[in-house]
Ligand binder design. Structure first.
Ligand SMILES: [Zn+2]
Length: 304
């Protein structure tokens, strides 16, 4: 594995009051319809999800999209990672960031418990296989340890089969950077927030690039999970080492070792079909193993 790019740490300063009302929600190991929730709609059952590392290794799928040249895909992806990097929390920067690793050939989401892996961002250009959510913008699949909430792998798929993504500041349809920035929030373990101004709100308004940047609620969420004082090494290499091909090449890591997972689950964040046209939503859906999803209804971002 080589490190292609380690993101520098920008500082975003916020004057945060210590007892600010909190709206953000964390994803947990509880999936499906039976999870208990608090007054904000945040899950209260299950272990909250988190990455043990302070830097997550991300790979880009080498083919990009037929509609977007790789170099632009890379630029946008890097910006979305940078947006979540070096967030200023109480006592110092958040203990989370990203390292861009080698591009990979594998073009599917997967987790290989006994082999190599990649946390990949990829496009689906011709077919979106997830039924019932075919105008979904993107989907983040997170694999985690059921017992601890530790995230083992996460992959982002962008649905260019049913949507037209743009990367321009001038002509915006579905803004790739805004959508990726939201999905990166899911990738680090955040769920949707009821705060309509936040990037982790469950909605995206076509033509908007508001969600390229984070709001206070998003930063508070990241600081909650990845505090400055957290003891976390920077270990960007995926579980079992970085794999280029699908299927996870077998390696020296056994099931009981660092690459192993005896009690894994996968959870998916999906963009849900809009119930209020022309909005397109992004909901945190049920686990893949349950074969069901929960669509989230919302109003226009910012209109309350
Ligand atoms: Zn979402």
């Amino acid at each position: 594995m080589s490190w292609r790019f380690v993101f520098a740490v920008p500082v975003i300063l916020l004057g945060l009051a210590p007892n600010e009302a909190l709206a953000f929600c964390r994803s947990t190991t509880c999936v499906g319809e039976d999870c208990t929730r608090d007054e904000n709609g945040c899950k209260t059952s299950g272990q909250p999800l988190y990455w043990p590392s302070s830097c997550i290794g991300i790979s880009l799928q080498q083919d990009s999209s037929v509609h977007i040249a790789f170099k632009y895909f890379e630029q946008v992806a890097q910006r979305s990672m940078l947006t979540w990097t070096g967030l200023e929390c109480e006592g110092g920067p958040a203990s989370i960031g990203f390292s861009q690793l080698d591009n990979i050939a594998c073009k599917q989401t997967e987790y290989n418990s006994g082999g190599t892996n990649a946390n990949v961002i990829l496009f689906q250009d011709t077919k979106w296989v997830y039924k019932g959510i075919d105008n979904t913008l993107a989907k983040t699949t997170v694999t985690f340890n059921d017992d601890t909430g530790e995230i083992l792998d996460a992959d982002i798929e962008i649905n260019h089969a049913n949507n037209n993504f743009t990367i321009s500041d001038m002509v915006i349809e579905y803004d790739l950077e805004a959508v990726l920035t939201h999905e990166m929030g899911h990738l680090i373990g955040l769920d949707h927030t009821p705060d309509v101004s936040a990037t982790m709100f469950a909605g995206y308004e076509p033509g908007s690039n508001d969600q390229r940047t984070l709001e206070e609620d998003d930063i508070l969420a990241a600081c909650e999970v990845y505090s400055a004082s957290r003891s976390a090494p920077c270990t960007p290499e995926p579980r079992g080492g970085l794999g280029n091909e699908c299927g996870g090449e077998a390696n020296a890591v056994d099931e009981g070792g660092v690459g192993g997972c005896t009690n894994c689950s996968q959870s998916s964040s999906t963009g849900a079909a809009a119930w209020l046209a022309p909005l397109v939503l992004c909901g945190f859906a049920g686990a893949r193993r349950l074969r069901r999803s929960r669509n989230v209804v919302r109003a226009t971002k910012g209109d309350g």
